[in-house]
Design a binder for this molecule. Structure first.
Ligand SMILES: Cc1ncc(COP(=O)(O)O)c(C=O)c1O
Length: 381
């Protein structure tokens, strides 16, 4: 049996053909395919506007930058996230404030966020961890209407909020960020996007994406070459080569999500009999696209370390991963922002136990059987 990683892409011949078509054409950087990719994301999420970007790290950077927040103010995000959700505050000169998690959903929760809001708080980045949407309505009312909200939905394309509407519609936020890295639900190789309903933010994001260039159709200009720089920017474009792959993959989103959910249901049933393991919780009414299958394992009760468990599974060609080391215990954040162990106890207790078991749509039933058999053996013997 081939090695089974914790996550992987699923590329078919039609995806490859879509990329080849772009390579055979004239425009290979951002062009008409990017526009079609963006329109399709709008149709899927229900948002008015979409801006495709080089990756979600760039998208988070741009999203905070576009809000033009005064330096020295504060931004809040979950400590249980990939560091990019937090680095973005630092890049914009904001103080990063990290929040603790709900031990069942592993997401930030309204009561904890409300405690961290103060007169300097300007922006919040809730992360829809592992694909499970945060309770956005409750979060919006807990933090108040003056705080800008950017949803980090890097894990959550295809997920739905408890009201049944798609993640990314920005009903309770200013912007939503997606990632199309290969382990995510669909991929464009590398890639990211921001959705928004705000036309001014949309224009600003588009211009920051191309070094701050603005071509104003309403302005009397010296000629067609003319553009103005009204603010700084970067080159964060996503190429048509990437967008062709992303667009082709978007056509498979429902099928990929369904396959992920089917594997999750099978794991939940099989692992229910393992006393030291807690299977993932899905909050009532939400629909998670399940980017990850994060189990909690009581390693003390089991009498093995996490490293031992991971090694025993690797011996069976099964890859596992840890999502995430809490951001507040990373040396950079401890040294520069005074965080210490013990500050966010729920996330720290979670980190001691979490283990992501392989989950990706291309997994065959035989591979799922293999994972089930060996996870049970390693955790029950
Ligand atoms: C929650 C979260 N946000 C942001 C990112 C950054 O995504 P990208 O790799 O597309 O830059 C990731 C990547 O894993 C992530 O998991």
């Amino acid at each position: 049996m081939d090695a089974i990683p914790y996550g992987a892409q699923w590329i078919d011949e039609d995806d490859i053909r879509a990329v080849q078509d772009v390579l055979r054409g004239e425009l290979i950087t951002q062009g008409p395919v990017a526009e079609r990719f963006e329109r399709r994301i709008c149709e899927l999420t229900g948002a008015k506007y979409c801006v495709s970007l080089a990756n979600a790290t760039a998208a988070l950077h741009l999203a905070v930058m576009a809000l033009d927040i005064e330096k020295g103010c504060e931004g809040i995000t979950s400590t249980n996230t990939f560091v990019a959700s937090c680095h973005t505050f630092v890049h914009s000169g904001l103080k990063p404030v990290l929040a603790d998690i709900d031990p069942r959903t592993f997401n930030v929760f309204p009561e904890d966020l409300a405690k961290r809001v103060n007169a300097r708080t300007r922006v919040l980045i809730p992360v829809h961890f592992a694909g499970q949407p945060c309770d956005m309505k409750a979060i919006r009312s807990a933090v108040g209407k003056d705080i800008r909200i950017i949803e980090d939905a890097a894990h959550a394309i295809g997920s739905r909020y408890s009201d049944g509407t798609p993640v990314g519609n920005c009903k309770y936020s200013d912007m939503t960020v997606f990632s199309f890295h290969p382990v995510k639900t669909i991929t464009s190789g590398e890639g990211g996007a921001i959705t928004t309903n705000d036309p001014a933010l949309y224009e600003r994001l588009r211009s920051i994406r191309i070094n701050g260039m603005v071509k104003d159709p309403l302005k009397d200009t010296p000629g067609p070459w003319y553009y103005e720089i009204r603010h700084l920017g970067f080159n964060y474009r996503l190429t048509d080569i990437h967008c062709a792959l992303g667009l082709s993959q978007l056509g498979k989103l429902d099928r990929f999500v369904e396959r992920r959910r089917r594997i999750v249901a099978r794991y939940n049933k099989e692992f229910a009999s393992i006393p030291c393991m807690t299977t993932p919780y899905e909050a009532p009414d939400v629909f998670s696209a399940f980017h990850l299958y994060v189990s909690l394992i009581d390693f003390k009760k089991l009498g093995k370390t996490r490293k031992q468990v991971m090694e025993e599974l690797v011996a069976e060609k099964i890859g596992t991963q840890v999502h995430y080391i809490p951001v507040h215990v990373q040396p950079y954040y401890m040294t520069n922002y005074g965080y210490k162990r013990g500050d966010l106890p729920k996330a720290e207790a979670y980190y001691e136990r979490c283990l992501s078991i392989p989950l990706y749509p291309k997994m065959t039933d035989e591979q799922v059987d293999h994972v089930v058999k060996h996870v049970k053996r390693v955790l029950l013997e």
